[in-house]
Design a binder for this molecule. Structure first.
Ligand SMILES: [Zn+2]
Length: 289
């Protein structure tokens, strides 16, 4: 077996849903399934470090045979062993380590040197991309709606507004045409200057403000693209949205639609609840396309 010394080249940031690739490594996972590494792929993997966008559905074709991709996960190797997901012992960028896209398949038969055709399910990719773009937009609109609750100066978001989303986010999950963001309004956030006074009573009006902002942005049909420093898995990538008067740029490893108009109507629902003594704000975002 020959584990790669370089990151997998990834093609999904440009929107690719099919490609030819070469198998560089395949090994059994011990549970009857197999890890397949390719030199390049268009399959979006889930990243255990920040698992907001899940894996694409995909097939690997070789000759007349095909292998459904059961799961697709970010892995890493130092050349002696392959580590997958939470088992990766080092941070991205550690010298001597390659970060790779691990395609998990449930049957043997693919070997290093084989040429495969990679085919991603376009419907799920498109709806997940819409969910991801809507998620970024909604977080910016939420930051704007909560801006007057900050009593101290904190780091700004890509529009120059206090970055509530970046400072309070606990979990972000992206699904088809939708996302769920969970924010913890705990002691540390209040120490940074965020006021929760009267938040419950104000929630409906904050929600209406967010939805009005979103309607205005989506109505502009602003262009969306992904800028990247290179094609390797750990090269930095950015979500860029050309809102009127502001080009917004946010670090992001996911996939996106190419313009806001394709989202239809984006709306959020905000709910506040108590979790073991900590206030938790949940934002459910959906795109009615
Ligand atoms: Zn993102």
């Amino acid at each position: 077996m020959t584990l790669p010394t370089e990151d997998t080249r990834v093609l999904y940031p440009s929107g690719a849903v099919d490609t030819e690739a070469t198998v560089v490594h395949a090994e059994p996972l011990g549970d009857g399934r197999f890890a397949v590494l390719l030199d390049a792929t268009c399959v979006h993997p889930v990243d255990a470090g920040w698992p907001d966008q899940g894996p694409d559905l995909a097939l690997l074709h070789h000759g007349a045979a095909f292998w459904p991709v059961d799961d697709c996960i970010v892995g890493a190797t130092d050349g002696s062993a392959l580590y997958i997901g939470d088992d990766i012992p080092v941070a991205k960028g550690t010298p001597g380590w390659a970060f790779v896209v691990v395609h998990v398949v449930d049957a043997a038969g693919l070997n290093a040197g084989d040429t495969v055709t990679v085919e991603v399910d376009e419907g799920l990719r498109d709806s997940t991309s819409a969910g991801h773009t809507g998620c970024h937009l909604a977080s910016l609109a939420l930051n704007a709606a909560l801006a007057d609750r900050w009593k101290k100066e904190v780091r700004p978001d890509a529009l120059g507004t206090p970055d509530f989303d970046g400072l309070a986010i606990d979990e972000s999950l992206i699904g088809p045409n939708a996302s769920v963001d969970t924010y913890r309004l705990g002691k540390s956030l209040r120490k940074k200057g965020f006021s929760v006074d009267g938040l419950d009573a104000a929630l409906a009006s904050i929600e209406a403000t967010v939805n009005a902002t979103l309607a205005g942005w989506v109505g502009t049909d602003a262009a969306v693209r992904i800028d990247r420093d290179g094609d390797l898995l750990t090269d930095r990538r950015y979500w860029v949205c050309e809102l009127p008067g502001a080009s917004v740029r946010i670090p992001c490893g996911g996939t996106h639609v190419t313009s806001l108009g394709t989202l239809g109507a984006v709306t959020v629902t905000l709910t506040l609840h108590d979790l073991n003594g900590t206030d938790v704000l949940t934002m459910n975002t959906s795109a009615a396309r």
